[in-house]
Design a protein around this ligand. Structure first.
Ligand SMILES: *[C@@H]1O[C@H](CO)[C@@H](O)[C@H](O)[C@H]1NC(C)=O
Length: 261
């Protein structure tokens, strides 16, 4: 190699490669932005879910306990001692393990990859029976008949729903009279706190919703649940300290509970 070649090579190494990498990265990102974002998000969400799940086990056990006493309004299911549950926002299926054995589950999710996720994790649905699976950009409950499900489960859905009230009225519509809506949501801090100002800033600038699938940090959707006028409402606030995740302070206050149609 001549000295000239070496200079060119060094030049290329110093500038060419980084420039080419950056340009191709930008091209790649713009071309595959939504795919990449979706994949990145599912990975982020599953890693968050894993460390978070450990913390939430006790709360979730309590939340899902009433499911074990539900008697189905569908006589065919009732005869077999089974119930029908709609889970809105299925994500990684982390709630399934709390369901009564052989529950009939209708999955409603926004993740276009949910089919392949379920296919690659066949063990996940060992103990339940997936009755139906609906995927849409907003959780669309329209295909589900009025008064047809014994329980609706929604964990972390209202923070990112486009129309919270619509989701809640749809939940009420599909539940049988006396049916249970089990919820677990994170919510904003009190309005006069510094943390709320950060939550609000990250939300109104769209930074947070863009990164986290439309999640709003500045909502307290318990108010919406109250306005939805369920016949009975039982809830508590909990503070979750997930030290492993540096964003967790922004989502430390949760409310968890049950509403009865
Ligand atoms: C299914 O049930 C068995 C027995 O109760 C349990 O050991 C297993 O972890 C359950 N699997 C899932 C995916 O929940």
């Amino acid at each position: 190699m001549s000295a000239f070649d070496i200079t060119v090579l060094q030049y290329l190494m110093a500038y060419g490669l980084p420039v080419i990498s950056v340009v191709s990265l930008i091209l790649c990102i713009t071309k595959h932005f939504s795919t990449m974002r979706n994949k990145l998000l599912s990975r982020l969400v599953s890693s968050f879910d894993t460390s978070y799940e450990r913390i939430m086990v006790v709360h979730k056990k309590n939340l899902f306990l009433p499911l074990h006493d539900v008697v189905s309004s569908d006589w065919k299911l009732k005869n077999k001692g089974l119930i029908r549950i709609v889970e809105i926002g299925f994500r990684t299926g982390e709630n399934l393990k709390y369901y009564p054995k052989n529950s009939h589950v209708i999955v409603v999710d926004r993740n276009l990859y949910i089919h392949s996720y379920l296919d690659s994790n066949p063990g996940l649905t060992n103990n339940v029976s997936i009755e139906d699976l609906f995927v849409s950009s907003e959780w669309n409950l329209e295909p589900i008949a009025d008064n047809s499900v014994d329980a609706v489960v929604g964990t972390f859905i209202l923070c990112s729903a486009d129309r919270v009230n619509l989701v809640l009225s749809e939940i009420k519509r599909i539940l049988v009279p006396g049916g249970l809506y089990l919820f677990l949501e994170h919510c904003s801090e009190p309005l006069d706190t510094f943390l709320y100002k950060i939550q609000n800033f990250l939300t109104v600038t769209k930074l947070w919703p863009m990164l986290f699938d439309g999640c709003h940090l500045n909502r307290n959707t318990l108010q919406d649940i109250k306005f939805a006028k369920f016949s009975d409402l039982d809830y508590q606030y909990i503070t979750v300290n997930n030290g492993h995740n540096k964003f967790s302070k922004l989502m430390r206050t949760h409310f968890i509970g049950t509403a009865v149609k």
